[in-house]
Design a protein around this ligand. Structure first.
Ligand SMILES: Nc1nc2c(ncn2[C@@H]2O[C@H](COP(=O)(O)OP(=O)(O)OP(=O)(O)O)[C@@H](O)[C@H]2O)c(=O)[nH]1
Ligand SMILES: [Mg+2]
Length: 392
């Protein structure tokens, strides 16, 4: 059971904004309807073992490094089948009678009345607003709600039904971007890691190095953030944890020449992967652009196809800001994929949906904590369920 539910527990600090908002919207305009006390219908709180463990793609760890050369290793399609809620939900036109004498006699916990709300323009507007204020962006929010509403206007929907519908729509948007870091038959495969200050670049490199190493890859890390001595030390700590060599240069020295040396050594040692950490100084965009361009120029002297991946690391807690960071870094570097960090520390995750919808860049992994194994593959259904509070 572990991985699946552990991830869900950690994905967001508390119930996400969206989940809370959905509860409020249905309660706001809904009417309680008594429910037959038979335990079968949606009691969202109960850990109903629908399918004990869907487990379509367990083992997040080797996923990232795995699969040689096929950049699209897995079906990444964990939803067993979005069947149940696809239909407008079996709205009993005449609400179930009363809790029922039998039920009461048998001492069943009295069925809490289920609140249902008729899906109308009013409710749709509230849903749109909720999604927009949850960082999903106007276009995405409108499209998602329109899809949810299709064929369901006038139907009475319960909170769990609404959550499930929204979750499906979100998962559908996220599925195409859920892609592990592609591994190419290049040696060394050069992974350039970029992102603003504090987004989690160094930590993510440490986590990735550890996973790749566990998967049998030979990894070298270059401490390309030569700007601060502390940055080099931090990377060295991660290198030690991961059991991977870290190439460093004196503080203030040229990151490009370090990258060149690292490339030379990685080639000489037959390393599978070279990960290059960079400084995230966006305050001076021109400098950073020049610095990144120079790193790229220099490593291309050794391998003109490098870097093979340029990972942009984004901090999920920055919300909407992540969108402009993608735009900026796409101008600075040839971003090939994203890692979203700190999803464990936020109630905001809506921006991932906007990112997926707007840029379509692969999300290779998500950071769910500060420890070395707190990096998981991005699972769209898991994410959508956690974001909306829908049951898996
Ligand atoms: N909770 C949580 N914290 C994280 C995660 N990833 C990174 N952090 C923390 O975020 C802080 C910044 O991480 P770094 O890896 O140093 O970020 P950076 O991008 O290298 O920062 P600079 O080198 O200053 O540009 C550290 O305290 C990390 O422990 C995550 O997934 N979850
Ligand atoms: Mg760093």
């Amino acid at each position: 059971m572990a991985l699946f539910s552990k991830l869900k527990d950690r994905l967001f600090k508390s119930s996400s904004r969206i989940e809370q908002g959905l509860d409020a919207i249905v309660e706001d305009g809904g009417t309680p309807e008594p429910q037959a006390p038979t335990a079968h219908t949606a009691d969202p709180q109960e850990p109903t073992p629908t399918i004990p463990e869907p487990d379509p793609q367990p083992q997040p760890v080797p996923e990232l490094p795995g699969t040689p050369e096929a950049p699209e290793p897995m079906p990444a399609d964990p939803i067993p089948a979005p069947a149940p809620q696809e239909q407008p939900a079996p709205v009993p036109e005449n609400p179930a009678p009363t809790p029922g004498l039998l039920g009461r006699l048998l001492g069943r916990k009295d069925a809490a009345p289920v609140i249902r709300r008729t899906l109308d323009d009013d409710m749709l507007e509230q849903l749109e607003e909720l999604l927009i204020t949850s960082d999903m962006g106007v276009d995405t929010a409108l499209r998602v709600t329109a899809n949810m509403a299709e064929g369901r206007i006038g139907k009475k929907l319960s909170t769990p039904e609404i959550k499930a519908l929204l979750s499906q729509e979100i998962a559908r948007i996220m599925e195409p971007v859920a892609r592990p870091l592609p591994i190419y038959p290049k040696r060394p495969q050069v992974v350039l890691v970029v992102g603003v200050n504090g987004s989690g670049k160094t930590t993510t490199i440490g986590k990735l190095a550890s996973q790749f190493r566990a998967a049998g890859k030979k990894v070298v890390i270059a401490a390309g953030d030569t700007f601060r001595a502390a940055a080099v030390e931090q990377l060295q700590v991660w290198g030690d944890r991961a059991g991977v060599p870290v190439l460093t240069a004196p503080e203030g020295s040229d990151p490009a020449s370090l990258a060149f040396d690292a490339m030379t050594r990685a080639q000489a040692e037959g390393a599978d992967l070279l990960m290059i950490d960079t400084a995230g100084r966006l305050q001076n965009r021109a400098d950073l652009m020049e610095e990144l361009a120079k790193i790229v120029r220099v490593i291309r002297k050794k391998d003109e196809t490098a870097p093979h991946n340029t990972l942009l690391v984004l901090d999920a807690t920055t919300g909407q800001n992540a969108l402009s960071q993608v735009e900026t870094f796409q101008k600075l570097a040839d971003v090939s994929g994203l890692v979203m960090t700190k999803l464990d520390g936020t109630a905001r995750g809506g921006v991932l949906v906007a990112l997926a919808d707007k840029f379509g860049l692969p999300i290779h992994a998500i950071g769910v904590g500060e420890q070395i194994d707190d990096l998981a593959p991005f699972d769209p259904a898991d994410f959508a369920n956690a974001l909306t509070g829908a049951e898996a």
